[in-house]
Design a protein around this ligand. Structure first.
Ligand code: ADP
Ligand code: MG
Length: 599
């Protein structure tokens, strides 16, 4: 083992203890209960011994009944203590795991967007669930049980040794070899369980993604395809598990089933002469047999416990690794002012090394201007606005705000200046109010309402059963597309954004909603700087500047009529996206009509 991984191991252990330490009282009570339960378990056979060796020869009925009752009492106490210990420790485990999960999830939220490109959310969640489950088992099945089993085993050993050292030596010398045998089998099993674990993560990921896209899956009649894909992964998981289970239960079952009785025969063979000679009592033989039959139990469990603990340690390491990923440096840096404008200077970007997505993109925006980004899908529009939000860093070139590199500005303060209206509007589970203020308690209901009014969304919200307190269904499925858009506008207004970044939805809405969105959009853009990935004609016509993207480059920029005149590709795009412009004179604006004549 390398030094470094030893240090890592110690670190995750001590970190784990920081989660454990607030619950030390629970831990201690559980531990004491477990030790007492183990002592009671050990005491049972000793009472039988006293019964056989003293009460029976003396023909003392009263003593016999007393011992029998004592035996019963011990069993009851053992049961009660075990119950108490289990509930206490499991409760402790749930608390610890809940806290770890809480910290993990809140940390995940601070990670850069780029992290989630590399780790699909479905798979990430499956892994987290799986790993925390392993940690939880430390409290129910592995860690705490290991201690109990060791005490039990050593207790039996001590009693054996005190009664008959020679027999004890015979019985216990093979123990380490047996343990080694168990480990040998566990090592064979581990890859099989590992495979089943991986398949589980895969299945969860597939299921999550299909369920998230349920509308698409159903609309395109892909349910069968989805089911087939899941079925395949499930089969592989099942096969791996069957193989592991068979290996485990045949070998372990065989040992567990025959090991005890075989040991009993050995004990009788070893102890019988001493019993005949009177050196050992019949009661002692009874104790030996009772213990002997059970000797394998703790030994068997110890092997399993240690394996479980190893898995828990690996799982903890993985959890802490995620927690150790640096969050985005949210607070440090210059306070952004934004007085003059934004400049992209020779910005190139690749999501994956070697695959250029943006290729020397340069443009500038003066404060207050509206810029439209147009181009075929995949040409780099969304990527450009993502860079401005600093979800990613440019591979080369720089983005300047008032001449200062964006990199040097305080990230959180910068993002606060931006109102982001995404194509795929994300609504959180919660009320309309919470969705407008995105759980920011500093924004009061009044401000939220004012924002809703500003974007002409107050009417529709008032029409909902509980107004602003109406609970949204998952991903806002109880709202129309247009209503979701209005909510996302209100969000930008409520946060007092200076800059509005919009990835317009391509989905068309009805004429009435479209008109309302137009009006709201106008209000939203008033006095703000805007970057709009434009799919609406009106956005293009009103833009101070249009950036025409092609294959990750800006091949032309200017106003609508300039581009129409200069760029055949732009004319083609306009013709494709807005056929109305040529065929339906009513939707034409003056500018558009003008350029028509130019052509
Ligand atoms: N998160 C991502 N990881 C890897 N590649 C991406 C990612 N997002 C977009 N791309 C790729 O970058 C290119 C530009 O995408 P995008 O900026 O979304 O285009 P647009 O918004 O113009 O449709 C596309 O080829 C797309 O496949
Ligand atoms: Mg896009």
């Amino acid at each position: 083992m390398s030094r470094q991984s030893q240090v890592g191991r110690r670190k995750s252990l001590s970190r784990f203890f920081t989660y454990l330490s607030p619950y030390w009282v629970l831990f201690l009570t559980g531990f004491v209960a477990m030790t007492l339960a183990t002592v009671a378990r050990l005491a049972g056979p000793l009472i039988l011994r006293a019964l056989v060796d003293t009460a029976i020869p003396a023909k003392d009925t009263r003593a016999m009944i007393l011992y029998a009752l004592l035996y019963l009492g011990i069993i009851i106490i053992m049961g009660a203590l075990t119950y108490f210990q289990t509930t206490t420790i499991v409760r402790l485990g749930l608390n610890v795991v809940t806290n770890i999960k809480r910290d993990l999830f809140s940390h995940l939220l601070t990670l850069p967007v780029a992290y989630f490109d590399k780790h699909p959310v479905g798979e990430l969640m499956a892994r987290v669930e799986n790993d925390t489950e392993k940690v939880k088992q430390l409290f129910s099945e592995t860690g705490i049980m290991l201690v109990g089993n060791i005490i039990y085993f050593l207790g039996m050993f001590a009693v054996f040794f005190a009664m008959d050292a020679r027999t004890a030596a015979f019985i216990f010398i093979p123990a380490p070899f047996l343990l080694a045998g168990f480990f040998f089998i566990f090592d064979r099993l581990r890859p099989l369980y590992e495979k089943s674990r991986k398949k589980y993560a895969e299945i969860t990921a597939i299921a999550t993604e299909f369920v998230q896209g349920i509308e698409v899956v159903q609309a395109f009649n892909r349910t069968e395809h989805a089911a087939r894909k899941l079925d395949l992964a499930s089969r592989e998981k099942r096969d791996a598990e069957i193989k592991a289970g068979m290996t485990e239960y045949t070998t372990m079952g065989f040992m567990g089933f025959l090991g005890g009785p075989m040991l009993m025969v050995l004990i009788i063979k070893l102890v019988a002469p001493s019993v005949f000679s009177g050196a050992l009592t019949v009661g002692t033989l009874l104790v030996f047999i009772e213990y002997g039959v059970r000797l394998f139990e703790p030994l068997f469990s110890i092997g399993e416990n240690i394996r479980g603990m190893q898995q828990a340690r690996v799982a903890l390491g993985r959890i802490f690794n995620i927690m150790d990923i640096d969050p985005e440096p949210a607070g440090s840096g210059l306070e952004p002012e934004f007085r003059q404008g934004i400049e992209f200077r020779d910005v190139s970007f690749e999501y994956k090394p070697g695959e250029t997505v943006l290729d020397h993109v340069s443009f500038s925006i003066r404060k207050g201007e509206t810029v439209a980004l147009v181009g075929a899908s995949g040409s780099g529009k969304t990527t450009t606005v993502s860079l401005l939000c600093r979800f990613y860093e440019p591979t080369s070139g720089s983005i300047l705000v008032d001449g200062e590199p964006l990199k040097q500005l305080a990230l959180q303060a910068w993002r606060r200046k931006i109102g982001l209206v995404l194509q795929d509007i994300y609504l959180f589970p919660g009320t309309i109010l919470e969705n407008v203020r995105v759980y920011d308690e500093t924004l009061g209901p009044d401000q939220a309402l004012a924002a809703l009014r500003t974007v002409h969304a107050a009417d529709f919200v008032a029409g909902l059963p509980d107004g602003m307190q109406t609970e949204l269904h998952e991903r806002g499925s109880n709202l129309s597309m247009g209503e979701k858009q209005l909510l996302s506008f209100a969000r930008a207004v409520a946060f007092g954004a200076d800059i509005v970044i919009m990835d317009e939805a391509t989905a068309s809405v009805d004429v009435d909603t479209e008109r309302r969105i137009q009006e709201s959009l106008e209000v939203l853009l008033q006095g703000r700087t805007a970057l709009i990935v434009a799919h609406r004609l009106s956005s293009i016509l009103k833009a101070d500047k249009i950036l025409f993207f092609k294959d990750g480059r800006i091949i032309a920029q200017g106003r609508h009529n300039e581009l129409l005149a200069a760029l055949p590709e732009y004319r083609e795009l306009v013709r494709l996206q807005f056929p109305d412009l040529e065929t339906n004179p009513e939707t034409e604006t003056e500018e558009a009509a003008e350029t028509e004549t130019v052509r």
